[in-house]
Design a protein around this ligand. Structure first.
Ligand code: ADP
Ligand code: MG
Length: 677
């Protein structure tokens, strides 16, 4: 028998392991099973090269618990270790450089863990004693037993062992008794080991007999699932991918499509990313990507490891280049991980680009469902935007899809305004905004549909990225003014007529809570509607943004602001203007004249005072006179307006068209319509 000291100069390594190594003690099992798998793969390799000539035998790895003895054992039939190997790999190697590291990272035990392959020693997180019993594959090798109780001292003796391979026996300590429960072990193995390449056996398969589950004599193999991502895409069918998806994500509906990643330079990375159908914000669940390291499950907390937008996807990523033994904060800061992340992003973009170029039609068919992923990527990842702008599609109201470049070429001739800005017209609801869309199309404009969850953000992004671009919602102005091509010609009303008509119209707009109306006039086509209600684009966006933030804020409290535009060329309006002018001119003109005289007077007093740098004389009597005259004027006009049902009808029609006519006003409108008939 030999005794010795494990090659660590610090006595304190074990407390560190116990305390800091992993917050999840359970991963010791992952470490031990993967060592067993490694040893098994090695013997297979040696055998295939003819360097091992013996029988391979049954290569399964067996995990077993013995509650009475208080042990958990991981057994393999791999290459095994002789005394020299144990010295080299267990006693020395695992802690090589420990001294140096401890000195350097005294306060940050976590970073030590990041740098060590502490795999085997993680067994001490849950054990009071660990025993290795091993027989090497080498000719004439002697079986050895190594044991250690968690102090840096170990014992090693020669023993008798029947078969090649290694048993690692853990004497589970009192705090960790749950690792002696078969169910707990089964669950852990399912989590960490289900895609390992060598059969891993845990207990026996069970069957239902005489009212309870009993063991059969068949081994319970935990990793019956195929790790599909390790295969070549050409060898796989859609069914294979779907079957695998449902194994990973039981209970989900079929994904839309998937991307099989297969990278071997500048690092090794494989994986399959599935694009699920996302119907609502509630569908967005993160942590649906599992990270593997050589088929060993590491984590599903991939934030910071894969690009943010990919957290909407589901699937697996496997890379031996992602450091395994580390905490998540460490992972996120790791430069290598950052590179991997941006590389994945690039690969996904390339794949989408290829899909777009290879079969545009089917890409367009999928577009409505996948655009949320692409938009999310463009919004959160600058580089992804750069590649995605080539295949990013926008859809018009006739369900035609365009790339950004194609669309610009399409609309540039008709939709460039006087400042050379290209105006993208869009609708967020093709049903309720139908008349506005129609009006735009009649003018030869194209209208986009922007009704996705992220579309309002994408609009902002495109306006910012593509110079001289502006998005305008179809109902934010009358078509003539959505795209201002030259300075507008006036509405053809005299100042007196404008005055009369503004008051006339304003007096007949129903009161709507938190809603303001501006009245304006435009000489549109005779066949256009007599009046149109539009909603200011800027105010609408501000309010929408405010609504998405908690506490609504300033813009959220602002009233909605609408503009009611009267078409002075429309025959009914023309008639209204004419009638109003004849009926009101006599009464209103003298009032207007008085107001003008008073205003001129006030103005000249002001000028004089400011030129002489004197204080202003008291003009309040003149000002109140003006107010009085204005009131009289508007009384005259509105009492006239009441005798003109057509005016109200014109306004109500416009309100109705934009969903603003409700309740009592709507009721009145219907009654009036009937009587006008
Ligand atoms: P790593 O697996 O990262 O090398 P570990 O601490 O897990 O680090 O294991 C250290 C070494 O011990 C392994 O590289 C291997 O040489 C040896 N070893 C551990 N477990 C076994 C086993 N079951 N069979 C053969 N060798 C093993
Ligand atoms: Mg290991």
């Amino acid at each position: 028998m030999a005794t010795g000291k494990i090659g660590v100069t610090t006595e304190n390594i074990f407390p560190i392991i116990k305390k800091f190594l992993y917050s999840d003690h359970e991963i010791f099992l992952r470490e031990l099973v993967s060592n067993a798998i490694d040893a098994t793969q090695k013997i297979k390799t040696l055998s295939s090269f003819g360097d091992y000539k013996g029988e391979l035998g049954d290569l399964k790895v067996v995990v077993s618990v013995d509650k009475n003895a208080g042990t958990l054992t991981v057994s393999d039939h791999g290459i095994g270790m002789d005394a020299d190997d144990i010295n080299k790999y267990i006693n020395q190697i695992a802690f090589s450089g420990a001294e140096e590291f401890l000195a350097k990272y005294k306060d940050t035990a976590n970073s030590i863990i990041g740098h060590f392959g502490l795999g085997f020693y993680s067994a001490f997180m849950v054990s009071k004693k660990v025993v290795i019993r091993s027989l090497s594959y080498k000719d004439g090798a002697k079986a050895v037993e190594w044991s250690c109780d968690g102090s840096p001292e170990f014992e090693m003796t020669e023993i008798e062992k029947a078969g090649r391979g290694t048993d690692i026996v853990l004497y589970i300590d009192d705090d960790n008794k749950d690792f002696l429960e078969q169910d707990r072990i089964d669950t852990l193995l399912k989590k960490y080991c289900r895609f390992l390449p060598v059969p891993v056996v845990s207990g026996k398969e069970k069957e239902w007999k005489d009212g309870k589950y009993v063991d059969t004599d068949k081994d319970n193999v935990v990793n019956a699932s195929e790790p599909l991502w390790t295969k070549k895409p050409v060898d796989l069918t859609d069914e294979d991918y779907l079957k695998f998806y449902h194994e990973l994500m039981p209970g989900n509906e079929d994904p839309m499509f998937w991307i099989h990643l297969n990278v071997d330079y500048p690092f090794t990375l494989t994986g399959i990313l599935y694009f699920p159908k996302i119907r609502s914000n509630f569908d967005v669940q993160k942590n649906r990507i599992q990270l593997y390291c050589n088929q060993v499950y590491v984590t599903d907390q991939v934030e910071g490891v894969v690009p943010e937008f990919m957290t909407l996807m589901q699937g697996v990523i496997d890379s031996p280049d992602i450091p395994l033994n580390v905490s998540r904060s460490y992972l996120q800061a790791d430069q290598q991980v950052k590179k991997i992340s941006s590389y994945i992003s690039k690969k996904v973009a390339e794949k989408l680009d290829k899909m777009f170029r290879d079969d545009r039609k089917s890409f367009e068919e999928k577009w409505d469902d996948i655009k949320i992923f692409i938009e999310y990527g463009m919004l959160t990842d600058e580089k992804f935007y750069e590649s995605a702008k080539k295949f990013f599609l926008i859809k018009d109201v006739n369900s035609k899809y365009y790339t950004l470049d194609e669309y610009r070429i399409l609309i540039e001739p008709e939709q460039t305004d006087k400042d050379e800005t290209v105006v993208y017209l869009y609708s967020t609801d093709t049903v309720s905004q139908y008349t506005y869309i129609k009006a735009c199309e009649d003018k030869g404009y194209n209208v986009l549909v922007m009704d996705g969850q992220l579309d309002s953000h994408i609009i902002g992004l495109i306006e910012q990225k593509i110079e001289k671009t502006r998005f305008v919602r179809v109902d934010s102005d009358i078509p003539e003014r959505l795209i201002v091509k030259d300075n507008q010609d006036d509405a053809g009303l005299t100042p007196l007529q404008t005055d009369i008509m503004s008051t006339l119209i304003r007096s007949q707009i129903p009161e709507i809570e938190k809603t303001n109306f501006i009245v304006s006039f435009a000489a549109l086509k005779e066949s256009d509607a007599p009046a149109t209600v539009t909603r200011n684009e800027f105010m609408r966006r501000m309010k929408e943004m405010a609504a998405m933030q908690p506490g609504a804020g300033f813009y959220g409290e602002m009233p909605d602001s609408y503009e009611i535009i009267i078409n002075t060329n429309q025959p009914v309006v023309k008639q209204v203007v004419e009638d109003a002018t004849t009926s009101l001119e006599k009464e209103v003109a003298p009032i207007r004249a008085d107001i003008e005289i008073l205003n001129n007077h006030i103005e000249s007093l002001r000028k004089e005072a400011s030129e002489k740098k004197e204080s202003m004389p008291d003009i309040s009597d003149k000002e109140s006179k003006v107010t009085e005259l204005r009131n009289t004027e508007s009384e005259v006009i509105s009492s006239y307006a009441k005798t003109q049902p057509k005016v109200k009808q014109i306004i109500d029609l416009a309100l109705l068209q934009s969903n603003l006519l409700k309740g009592e006003s709507l009721n009145e409108f219907i009654k009036r319509s009937i009587s006008l008939l």
